[in-house]
Design a binder for this molecule. Sequence first.
Ligand SMILES: Cc1cc2nc3c(=O)[nH]c(=O)nc-3n(C[C@H](O)[C@H](O)[C@H](O)COP(=O)(O)O)c2cc1C
Length: 207
Amino acid sequence: MIGVNIGKTKVVELDDAVEDYLVSARSLAPAADYLVVNVSSPNTPGLRLLQNVETLRPLLRAVGDAADESAGRHVPLLVKIAPDLSDEDIDDVARLALDLKLDGIIATNTTIGREGLVTDPGKVDACGAGGLSGAPLKARSLEVLRRLKAAVGEGLVLIAVGGVQSAADVQERLDAGATLVQGYTAFLYEGPFWAAGINRALAKRRS
Ligand SMILES: Cc1cc2nc3c(=O)[nH]c(=O)nc-3n(C[C@H](O)[C@H](O)[C@H](O)COP(=O)(O)O)c2cc1C
């Protein structure tokens, strides 16, 4: 299954963001089993401002139309959100996704927060700005998932990502209402057999 994730190009001004997403959507939708609108990467200046529902509504509508038209079929459309949104903003995005009949939400991207780290704060500062992934993200990602599930019920696919490392973490996300679970950081640290190992452990838990 190929999930295609699109975000605004760094050099494009925020005012031109919609057209930029449309170029990506038209080019890539024909190859996608599902398409994700990423409005949550902290590494592209201004990108996360697009999570505001007034901006997000026309963006998602336009990308969905362009993707379906370009692919000649319905391309399932999801939006990927940041863990740094307030609870009220999460509820707003959930309502918007239901209203627009999106196919799902991916929660979450990396965080701009630096809480709970054991590394010396000076060293952390020296690393500079940018998104933090992996274990420090786990609790908030799970919280966001639970909040989304409470808001959307069975109405949308929820893809959980953020600090997932073990089979127990995956089970916890499934129990919290995730339809699918993704991992980035654990895959990076544990290597190409990471997902297969999780699947084996999950199967064992169930037998
Ligand atoms: C180096 C790096 C690059 C990333 N690039 C993207 C990206 O281009 N688009 C996106 O939606 N998320 C991106 N992410 C976020 C991950 O897909 C994922 O949502 C996040 O890292 C949380 O999952 P994890 O804790 O399993 O890493 C990136 C994360 C890292 C660490």
